[in-house]
Ligand binder design. Structure first.
Ligand SMILES: Cc1ncc(COP(=O)(O)O)c(C=O)c1O
Length: 418
């Protein structure tokens, strides 16, 4: 199979980039027959039914496939997103009678958040910072797109350990000034993939303060925001507003330095719709919009109409959450306190400490027919500023995306095989 390393003889700035975790997993288990009927828990692809109105909206608006979609989307889409931001985070309500976030200027539809997470690095990275090659920081482990985006932008990706010891939340504040001074952007994910950790308001306000001190753009990946166990996780925009209040609403954009990313892939079980949005600082959003007008992928108008209907509806998201909770209950029953099991506060992954993730993944496939992802495929050797080593090596990631019955069966086999 062609990989980034072997596809061409010539070198590129992506030479250091490993293949996607999924072909790596296939290579790891190549030649091994599944011990039982296969159960795929490696891919974070939601299998729950998406809302029925999605198909109706697409059909009703099908004629619009005959039009190029505007990069800023439709007023209807932006209004639906603004409504959700208001209900979910109290965004619109915070600052007196003003709208805290102007949907016209500060919300953009994206063709799935992956492309937007990639593209934001291209406009947020200067050629040099503090006279040096810029750095882009990211948690370790992390969503693989972040590293590719950093390399494409000419930045050095720097991996900051998110381990059990720090509650799976990287300690950006402990980093040396020298690094922070040349940092162009920080990717941060809450709820986190893979660990399901959730940043508190204080964590986020500290991160925002740090970013502003060093003129760093914060790209906050919140695509699991509506998949949570007990409390709805706060978000970076809400944290920024509370900081704004604390600062007695000093002049300036309350969302300065921040852009957040949200997706329907998880919230509405629509990974194939390719639809999300980003929102944040007005100036940054205008720059991103200009760039996207030249180089960004649009969201087709019939899909945008369906997306607007999804953001306007919370009932399906709530029912979706209940399905994940039932699977977490099953995991708790079947795994108990083995493999360092804990109930993730958000997201739909189990992050299990099995000693050696690759070995466990091979065993689970060969003996149990269960496909899981070795944690090390989501992480790298840590930066020199962390504890060292690869923080994912001991783990496997188990995606609870299938039906309840499949999930229970897979969990039993995991408990049996390991
Ligand atoms: C952490 C994280 N960010 C972003 C994405 C991208 O989601 P999408 O492009 O479907 O919106 C994913 C998808 O798995 C993810 O896990």
């Amino acid at each position: 199979m062609a990989s980034l390393q072997t596809a061409s003889a010539s070198s590129s700035r992506f030479d250091g980039l490993p293949d996607s975790p999924f072909p790596r997993l296939n290579a790891l288990i190549e030649g091994l027959e599944p011990g039982k009927s296969p159960l795929i828990m490696s891919l974070g692809e939601p299998q729950h039914a998406f809302p029925g109105f999605v198909t109706e909206e697409i059909t009703r608006n099908a004629a619009l496939f005959g039009k190029y979609p505007p990069i800023i989307g439709t007023a209807e889409f932006r209004a639906a997103v603004a409504g959700w931001l208001g209900r979910r985070y109290g965004i619109a309500a915070h600052i007196g009678k003003d709208r805290a976030l102007d949907p016209e200027m500060q919300i953009l539809p994206v063709n799935g958040t992956r492309e937007a997470l990639f593209n934001i690095a291209q406009i947020a990275t200067p050629p040099a910072k503090a006279g040096k090659r810029p750095a882009i920081l990211m948690p370790n482990p992390f969503y693989q797109c972040y590293a590719a985006a950093a390399l494409a932008a000419g930045a050095e990706p720097v991996y900051i350990a998110a381990t059990r010891e720090n509650g799976f939340l990287p300690d950006f504040e402990a980093l040396p000034e020298e690094l922070l001074a040349r940092t162009a952007m920080i990717y941060f994910c809450s709820p986190a993939n893979p660990q399901g950790s959730v940043a508190s308001k204080d964590y986020l306000t500290n991160l925002i303060t740090l970013a502003r001190r060093h003129d760093i753009t914060l790209a906050i990946d919140e695509c699991y925001a509506d998949i949570y166990d007990r409390e709805p996780p706060t978000g970076a925009l809400a944290a920024a507003l509370s900081l704004h209040e604390e600062n007695r609403r000093k002049a300036g954009d309350p969302f300065a330095n921040i852009i957040v990313f949200h997706s329907l892939s998880k919230r509405s079980s629509l990974p194939g719709l390719r639809s999300g949005f980003c929102a944040g600082e007005a100036k940054l959003m205008m720059r991103f919009r200009s760039f996207r007008n030249i180089a960004g992928p649009q969201v087709p108008l019939p899909l945008m109409a369906a997306s607007a209907a999804c953001w306007a509806d919370d009932a399906h998201a709530s029912a979706n959450r209940d399905l994940y909770r039932a699977k977490l209950d099953a995991a708790e029953r079947r795994l108990g306190n083995r493999f360092g099991f804990y109930r993730p506060a958000g997201g739909f992954f189990l992050w299990l400490d099995v000693g050696n993730g690759e070995e466990a993944a091979r065993d689970l496939w060969a003996k149990g027919g269960v496909k899981v992802l070795p944690g090390a495929y989501l992480s790298r050797e840590d930066s020199p500023y962390g504890p060292g080593g690869n923080p994912g090596t001991a783990y496997i990631r188990v995606a609870l995306v299938g039906s309840q019955a499949e999930t229970e069966e897979a969990l039993s086999r995991i408990a049996e095989v390991l």
